[in-house]
Design a protein around this ligand. Structure first.
Ligand SMILES: Cc1cc2nc3c(=O)[nH]c(=O)nc-3n(C[C@H](O)[C@H](O)[C@H](O)COP(=O)(O)OP(=O)(O)OC[C@H]3O[C@@H](n4cnc5c(N)ncnc54)[C@H](O)[C@@H]3O)c2cc1C
Length: 429
């Protein structure tokens, strides 16, 4: 953890397992998402006896977001397939899930949260699991009805309805969400152009080899790309989107625009309450914030990344689940779970990308397999040959073993990794 982060914490908080609370107290969780829904369940499983209240501003009980840009958008899964737990589960577990309520403030002095209608909900322990929101595109026309983003089930409903009648879609942002939606749109017969500010796809989150593979894959399915392209405005006629104008004057025809340019952490409540924040609510290994009574978990946190000797903000299901486990164990006085290697996945067409570790930390990269055959993996190695990251496309064995190697800090030879004549399990022998 960097010094600045360390200084943000009271010394008394940092001892692992030192913060077990009164198990009869009230836990209030703000945010009924993947992390919030999971930590509520884990608290009960680990022996928390007091009230557990989950406050969420969406209409649905906690659900998983990944299918929103994949199976759900294609109509292959319904609401039941998205929900983390069936409706009666929470009643059985004495977990009160209040949907459609927005927390407007935290009153730390009184240990209560204040809802937007003024109701006060007292807590002994508060867990912030407020996630992120879609980053807005700051150009004229961005508020038109045909300009959408994708974060929630309500967003996905709008996008699904729009895709049913759209003919030409412009996707602003060549990141995972934009590319996944592009692949679904092509399957639905919608013409797609992806506009990317950088010179390549997935610039912040994947290696050039992976980016090149996905560009070729999308092009083979008819997607067009504009790289190093800044959106200047979204054009309209009679209030309907008709295109996207780029800074170089090019106009891309479109009757639907999906903006996928990243997410902003919902730190507003924490910041207003004076908690330490730095592009995320700053937490320690056990998800404790700078207030001993307040924890934070999931996308909203800036957390220590022990494997990498730094901190960061991760947006993944694995991170949400791991932090839910860490916070629940700390609160219930259980041993801290073993730290996990971060991992992530993305589904586009028939290609499953699985990434373990955090890209860009490696000094060199080794490709195992042949991208042209649609199955390969990119291993990132430090100067000492330690595996820092693996990016695997339709290569689950490489992903699984790479994840182990990262956790065990294995030092390997690049030539053995690249040698496809060697079975994966024998590379480290
Ligand atoms: C379309 C899409 C596809 C994705 N695909 C993948 C994938 O393939 N693999 C992967 O690992 N990850 C994926 N992710 C990321 C993953 O879904 C997130 O990392 C995960 O949902 C984070 O969980 P969370 O609980 O921290 O936040 P969220 O699930 O976002 O939940 C936060 C909740 O808090 C609510 N909230 C915020 N402020 C307040 C307030 N003041 N009062 C009340 N409620 C509030 C929000 O409305 C939201 O319901 C995807 C995300 C999206 C949007």
């Amino acid at each position: 953890m960097p010094d600045a982060t360390k200084r943000a914490f009271g010394a008394q908080q940092r001892q692992s397992g030192a913060s077990m609370k009164n198990l009869e107290g009230a836990v209030v969780i703000v945010g009924a998402g993947h992390a919030g829904g999971t930590v509520a369940t884990l608290l009960r499983q680990q022996g928390w006896r007091g009230p557990v209240v989950v406050l969420g501003d969406e209409a649905a009980a906690p659900y998983q977001r990944p299918p929103l840009s994949k199976a759900w958008l294609k109509g292959e899964v319904g609401l039941d397939g998205l929900l983390l737990r069936k409706a009666d589960f929470y009643d059985q577990q004495r977990i009160e899930v209040r949907t459609g309520v927005c927390v407007a403030a935290i009153d730390r002095a009184a240990a209560a949260v204040v809802l937007s209608d003024g109701e006060r909900v007292p807590y002994e322990v508060l867990i912030l699991a407020t996630g992120t929101r879609a980053r807005p595109l700051p150009v004229p026309g961005a508020a038109l009805p045909g300009v959408l983003s994708l974060r929630s089930m309500a967003d996905a409903d709008r996008l699904k309805a729009a895709l049913a009648t759209a003919r030409r879609m412009a996707v602003v942002g060549g990141g995972y969400i934009g590319l996944e939606v592009a692949s679904v749109a092509r399957a639905l017969g919608v013409d797609v152009t992806v506009v990317e500010r950088e010179a390549r796809l997935l610039a912040r989150v994947a290696s050039p080899e992976i980016a090149a593979h996905y560009q070729a894959l999308h092009e083979a399915h008819g997607v067009r790309f504009a790289f190093s392209a800044a959106v200047e405005a979204i054009e309209q006629e009679a209030g309907r989107v008709v295109g996207v104008t780029l800074a170089d004057g090019t106009c891309i025809d479109a009757d639907l625009v999906l903006v996928g340019i990243g997410a902003v952490a919902n730190t507003d409540l924490a910041e207003a309450a004076g908690l330490a924040c730095r592009d995320g609510v700053v937490v320690d290994e056990a998800c404790r914030t700078s207030d001993p009574a307040i924890y934070a978990i999931g996308d909203v946190t800036r957390r220590p990344l022990a494997l990498y000797g730094r901190d960061g903000r991760l947006e993944s299901v694995q991170n949400a689940l791991e932090q839910a486990r860490l916070a629940a164990a700390d609160l219930c006085g259980k041993p801290a779970p073993v730290r996990e290697v971060p991992w992530f996945w993305s589904d586009q067409y028939d290609a499953k990308l699985q990434i373990a570790g955090l890209p860009f930390d490696g000094i060199s990269r080794v490709v195992r397999g042949n991208p042209a055959q649609g199955s390969f993996a990119v291993f990132h190695l430090t100067a000492e040959g330690m595996v820092q990251t693996v990016e695997a496309v339709n290569a689950p064995a490489e992903f699984m073993i790479g994840r182990q190697w990262i956790g065990q800090r294995h030092v390997l030879s690049a030539s053995r990794i690249a040698d496809c004549a060697l079975p994966v399990k024998e590379i480290a022998a």
